[in-house]
Design a protein around this ligand. Structure first.
Ligand code: AMP
Ligand code: MG
Length: 523
C-alpha cells in the first residue's frame, strides 16, 4: 500500500483528555480522547469508492492488498495515524442532551493529499469513552446505507462527507431495530468516512454549555485557521471580531446551500440534531434518512420522530435556522454584541431563499423566475402532494413532455394511487396549461428547457427500497448489488436505458416495509 502523509492537527493543536481507554465518562476541558479501534475477527472489503481511493493516491488494486481490510477495519494502524474520538454535545429533537461525543466513530488521522486535508474516520470501530450504554458498533444495513448515500450525494453535487469503503467485520451485533423488545443478531460492519473535518455544531455547544469559553475560542480559532483558509486568518495571534463574524456567516451560508439542495432532490436527513450538523455545511451522519418517493412535505423516514415530525421534509429549512440559532448561542462569548450573529442568521435566510429560487427555476426549466413563477411552483407542489405523485419521476416526465403534444402514457409511471390521480386530473391539466403558456412566453426552445431541467432533476436517487434490496442481498451473501447501485448513482442526471430498473417508483411491497419507509435510529 502506497503510504499516506499524516498531519494530525486536531490532536496536535487542541487539548485532549489525559485518560486513555474506553471507560465511559464525562470529559471536561478537552476536545477528544485518544482511543484505539477494537480489532474484529474477519474483516472483508464489501464495497469501496474508486474516486476516494484516487484522492488518497491509490488505485483499485489496493483492495486486493490484505493490509487494506486490516487497516480500515481498525485491526492495524498505519505509520502516522493518531486515533481519537471527539467530544461534543448537542440538541436532540429540540432539547439539550449534554455530552454525546463519538460513541462509535474513531478518527484515524488527517491525510494531506495534493489538494486538501482529509480526515479518515471509522464508524462502528468499537467502544469509546462516549459510547454511554451502547456498544460502539454498527450493523451492516445502516453501514450500507451510509456508504451508498454519502457517495450518491456527492455525485448529485450536494456537499457531503464521503465514504472510502465498507468493511464487513465477520462479527454480529445485537439490535432492537424498532425498540419493541425484539432484539436480534445482525451482521456488523464498519464504514471509513472521509471529510476535511467532522467538527459539528455540537463541538462548540458542549464547552459553551459548561462555561468553558476559552475552549470555545480555541476551537473557533482552530476551525477558522484549518478549515476556512479562504478567510485568510493570520497564522498566529488573536482573531478580530469581523473575522469571527464572517466565519459564522459562512457557516450559515453553507448550511443554507446544503439544505436548499436537499429540498431540490427530495432528501430527508431524518435526525437534524445539532450534533449531526457539520461546521463545513456537509451532509453528515446518515442514519434514518430517506428519499421522497411520493411528494409529501410532512413525510419523515424516522419512526423515532413519527409523532412530532420535527424533521419532516418540509421543515428542514426551518430546522437549519433553529440549529444555527443554537450554534450562535454557543458562540456568544466570541462577540462583544449579538449583531454579527443576527447578521449571520439573516445570511442564512437570504442564501436559502436565493438558492431555493434558482433551484425551483431550474427544476421547471425557466430562465427567469418571478413571483408568479413562485406561485406556479407552489401550486405544482400542491398538485404533487394531492395527486400522490412521485417527485423524481414527475420532474423528469415534465422535461420529457413535448409541449405541443398531449401528455403521454409516461405520466402513468408517476402515480401511486388511481383514485388520487383521477381526483386531481383537472388540476393537472390546468397546471400543465399554465406551465406551457409560461414556457411559450419566455420563448424557450425545448432542447434548452430539457437541458436546464435534467441538470436540476436527478433521475436516479438512492431510494430507500433500492438500498434495502442491496441490503437484503448482502444479508444473503451477495455484495455485488451494492456496487451496482453505486455505479448507477454515479451519474444521477443522465438517462441510461440499462438502468431502467433503478428509475421506477417505489413498488407496493415497499410501502410500509421496515427499511423502506420506516427507519429508526437503531443502527
Ligand atoms: P446519532 O443519532 O447516530 O447521531 O447518535 C447520537 C449519539 O449516540 C452519538 O453520540 C453517537 O456516537 C451515539 N451512538 C449511536 N449509536 C451508537 C452505538 N452503537 N454505540 C455507541 N454510541 C452510539
Ligand atoms: Mg450523530
Amino acid at each position: 500500500m502506497k503510504s499516506l502523509i499524516f498531519d494530525n492537527a486536531f490532536v496536535r493543536d487542541l487539548p485532549g483528555d489525559p485518560r486513555e481507554g474506553p471507560d465511559r465518562r464525562q470529559v471536561h476541558g478537552a476536545f477528544y480522547s485518544r482511543i484505539h479501534p477494537t480489532p474484529v475477527t474477519n474483516p472483508v472489503v464489501m464495497a469501496w469508492s474508486r474516486e476516494m481511493l484516487g484522492q488518497l493516491g491509490w488505485d483499485e488494486t489496493v483492495i486486493d492488498d490484505p493490509e487494506f481490510a486490516q487497516v480500515f477495519s481498525g485491526n492495524r494502524s498505519l505509520d502516522g495515524m493518531s486515533p481519537y474520538s471527539a467530544n461534543y454535545g448537542g440538541h436532540q429533537f429540540g432539547n439539550w442532551a449534554g455530552q454525546l461525543g463519538d460513541g462509535r466513530a474513531i478518527t484515524l488521522g488527517e491525510v494531506l493529499t495534493d489538494h486538501q486535508r482529509l480526515e479518515l474516520q471509522l464508524k462502528g470501530a468499537g467502544p469509546t469513552p462516549y459510547s454511554r450504554t451502547a456498544d460502539g458498533r454498527a450493523v451492516l444495513r445502516s453501514s450500507i446505507r451510509e456508504f451508498l448515500c454519502s457517495e450518491a450525494m456527492h455525485h448529485l453535487g450536494i456537499p457531503t462527507t464521503r465514504a472510502l469503503c465498507l468493511i464487513g467485520t465477520g462479527e454480529s451485533v445485537v439490535r432492537d431495530m424498532f425498540y419493541d423488545g425484539n432484539p436480534a443478531r445482525e451482521p456488523g460492519a464498519i464504514v471509513c468516512r472521509v471529510a476535511p473535518s467532522f467538527i459539528r455544531f455540537g463541538n462548540f455547544e458542549l464547552p459553551a454549555s459548561r462555561g468553558e469559553t476559552q475552549l470555545v475560542k480555541q476551537l473557533a480559532d482552530f476551525t477558522i485557521r484549518r478549515d476556512f483558509p479562504e478567510l485568510k486568518a493570520p497564522a498566529t495571534g488573536p482573531l478580530d471580531q469581523s473575522l469571527y463574524a464572517e466565519w459564522f456567516a459562512q457557516v450559515c451560508e453553507r448550511t443554507a446551500v446544503m439544505i436548499a439542495h436537499w429540498q431540490r432532490v427530495g432528501f430527508v436527513h431524518g435526525v437534524m440534531n445539532t450534533d449531526n450538523m457539520s461546521i463545513l455545511g456537509l451532509t453528515l451522519d446518515y442514519g434514518p434518512y430517506g428519499w421522497i418517493d411520493n411528494f409529501d412535505l410532512s413525510w419523515t423516514p424516522n419512526t423515532t420522530d413519527a409523532g412530532q415530525r420535527r424533521y419532516r421534509f418540509g421543515n428542514q429549512p426551518q430546522i437549519g435556522y433553529w440549529n444555527l440559532g443554537r450554534l450562535a448561542g454557543a458562540l456568544l462569548s466570541l462577540f462583544e454584541t449579538q449583531e454579527p450573529l443576527h447578521a449571520g442568521m439573516d445570511r442564512y435566510v437570504r442564501v436559502f431563499q436565493s438558492t431555493d429560487k434558482n433551484n425551483s427555476a431550474a427544476k421547471l426549466g425557466l430562465t427567469a423566475f418571478t413571483d408568479a413563477d413562485e406561485h406556479l411552483h407552489q401550486s405544482l407542489q400542491e398538485l404533487l402532494q394531492a395527486g400522490e405523485m412521485d417527485m423524481t419521476l414527475f420532474y423528469r416526465a415534465l422535461a420529457d413532455w413535448d409541449l405541443s403534444q398531449a401528455p403521454s402514457a409516461r405520466w402513468d409511471a408517476v402515480y401511486y394511487d388511481q383514485a388520487k390521480r383521477e381526483a386531481t386530473e383537472a388540476q393537472r391539466q390546468d397546471w400543465l396549461l399554465r406551465y406551457s403558456n409560461r414556457i411559450k412566453e419566455l420563448g424557450l426552445h425545448n432542447e434548452d428547457r430539457i437541458r436546464i431541467m435534467n441538470r436540476a432533476n436527478p433521475l436516479y436517487v438512492c431510494r430507500n427500497y433500492l438500498a434495502q434490496e442491496a441490503i437484503d442481498q448482502a444479508h444473503q451473501g451477495d455484495v455485488r448489488p451494492i456496487s451496482n447501485l453505486l455505479e448507477v448513482l454515479r451519474t444521477p442526471y443522465t438517462h441510461n436505458p440499462q438502468y431502467e430498473a433503478y428509475a421506477q417508483r417505489r413498488p407496493d411491497w415497499a410501502r410500509n416495509k421496515a427499511g423502506c419507509s420506516m427507519l429508526s435510529c437503531s443502527s
